[in-house]
Ligand binder design. Structure first.
Ligand code: BGC
Ligand code: CA
Ligand code: CA
Length: 264
């Protein structure tokens, strides 16, 4: 095989690497800090140290309501404080999931099972504090408070855990917003933190991950590059840098080879 041809093949391969980035959705992760808030829909100071995650992945529709969500834990409960930005509030639909509402999905053994197991729950509450449930969720393990605000509404919730929680435990976790935008009783948009499949109510394999940590976060809003923020796909970025390097070296070599040939 000629030198020229081999160089050409290497360049082609490198180019191919460059234009086929990893396409799967990144698995989002966050840490819940340790503490015990009062469930009253008021943002007590204790929430200031919590990590903030945002619902930014569409399940359906566009221009959806969205939320900033904080999490906390103690031995008995997982706590969630969500500020939902929704310009027009509606509970017109007869279906709970089509009303302006939030849903927490929790997989307590993080088994990522394709169907709900005994530990998996779908905890839904609308902005008027009406609850509804899927899986292990029930009025017995879900305590909520809501209030409407100038930006939409707030939900504060406690989910009672099946067994005593401890530091380092990882739960499968997701947070969804249902939005009826024009008060016609039909859900127009659904947005979620991690799993955009629309299957979270029956399949836990797409949930994000939440780790129970002891220390409070140092910043209220994590900087880009820290957990809790949407990250660029760093593995893809690394991949591209490597591929770009390979292309440059190959092309450089090719040019040198040509020049040498010409001067020879
Ligand atoms: C989903 C709906 C589903 C419902 C069942 C919701 O999370 O978005 O599509 O029908 O759960 O409870
Ligand atoms: Ca499970
Ligand atoms: Ca709405």
């Amino acid at each position: 095989m000629g030198k020229k041809f081999s160089l050409f093949i290497v360049a082609l391969l490198a180019l191919n690497l460059l234009i086929s980035p990893v396409s799967a959705e990144d698995l989002l992760k966050t840490d819940a800090i340790f503490g015990t808030p009062e469930i009253d829909a008021e943002k007590d100071d204790i929430w200031d140290g919590a990590n903030v995650i945002k619902t930014e992945r569409y399940v359906e529709g566009s221009d959806a309501a969205w939320a900033e969500v904080r999490t906390m834990w103690d031995e008995e409960n997982l706590y969630v404080y969500a500020e939902v930005h929704d310009g027009s509030l509606s509970v017109k639909s007869e279906n709970d999931w089509e009303q302006d509402s939030v849903e927490v999905f929790l997989d307590q053994n993080n088994a990522k099972s394709a169907t709900f197991e005994d530990d998996d729950g779908q905890y839904r509450v609308n902005y008027e504090n009406k609850q509804s449930y899927g899986g292990v969720a029930s009025a017995d393990n879900f305590t909520t408070a809501t209030k409407t605000t100038d930006f939409g509404y707030v939900v504060e919730a406690a989910i009672k855990l099946a067994s005593a929680a401890s530091e380092g435990t990882v739960f499968g976790f997701d947070f969804q917003i249902n939005d009826d935008k024009d008060d016609d009783g039909v859900r127009d948009a659904v947005i979620i933190w991690n799993d955009s499949s629309g299957q979270s109510f029956q399949n836990t394999s797409g949930f994000g991950e939440l780790t129970l940590v002891k220390e409070a976060a140092s910043d209220e809003t994590p900087a880009a590059g820290e957990e809790g923020e949407k990250l660029p796909n760093t593995s893809t970025a690394m991949y591209n840098i490597l591929a770009l390097g390979l292309v440059s070296i190959t092309l450089g070599g090719f040019v040198l080879f040509k020049m040498k040939k010409r001067t020879a």
